[in-house]
Design a protein around this ligand. Sequence first.
Ligand code: 5RP
Length: 236
Amino acid sequence: MTLEAAEMKRIVAETAVDAYVKDGMNVGLGTGSTAYYAIKRIGQLVNENGYDLTCVATSVQSEDLARECGITVVDIDDVKQLDVTIDGADEVDPKLNLIKGLGGALLREKIVAAATVQEIIVADESKLVEKLGTKAPLPVEVLQFGNGHTSVGLRRQRCEPVMRMKDGRPFVTDGGNYIYDCRFPDGIDNPFFIESRIDVIPGVIENGLFLNTAFEVLICDSDGNVRRMSEEKADE
Ligand code: 5RP
């Protein structure tokens, strides 16, 4: 059996929700085509199982979907912390470090992840890489003002920054900013070092490296099997 990507996303998202989301929790809602299925499942828990959840969304898109699903969504500052967040990723390395942000929500996703006790990442097997930056570019969210100068600073990190476009115009994030997708020709050898270099460039608001963030990563293969990769296992 070889499943379509959408089916793998559905299976892994539902597995994560069923394993981690409990009645009464504060729950972070991720963004993207995998998080979509998690939000749908959380909606079922609320509507069919009577779960009383307080949810925070990582994007306007996810907030709209959650409300359509009958989920109560609050502002992140209305909760002290989130028990669990279920979100997707663009790349996952063997140490469970991630690239996120191809869906454009990296800034809110990082703020929500930082407020979360258990950040659960759900993905199909195509997202596994040996080294970050080998398949996906690294998205970097920058202020509109002076973004050309900011991109010069990004280029000095030996990457090729390309402004993300949508419908012929610069893509604008929920925070009103631009994104440069930075392609590293040989991947990212030391993500902690690159993150520290990128973060000090004037105009950079957030980068898509999520390092030491995932509590557990669930990966679905094309046979529909879900593998759970946790921090401890990654350290072995
Ligand atoms: C959005 C993200 C997404 O989680 C990431 O792009 C994965 O998306 P998908 O599940 O659609 O592959 O980081 O900013």
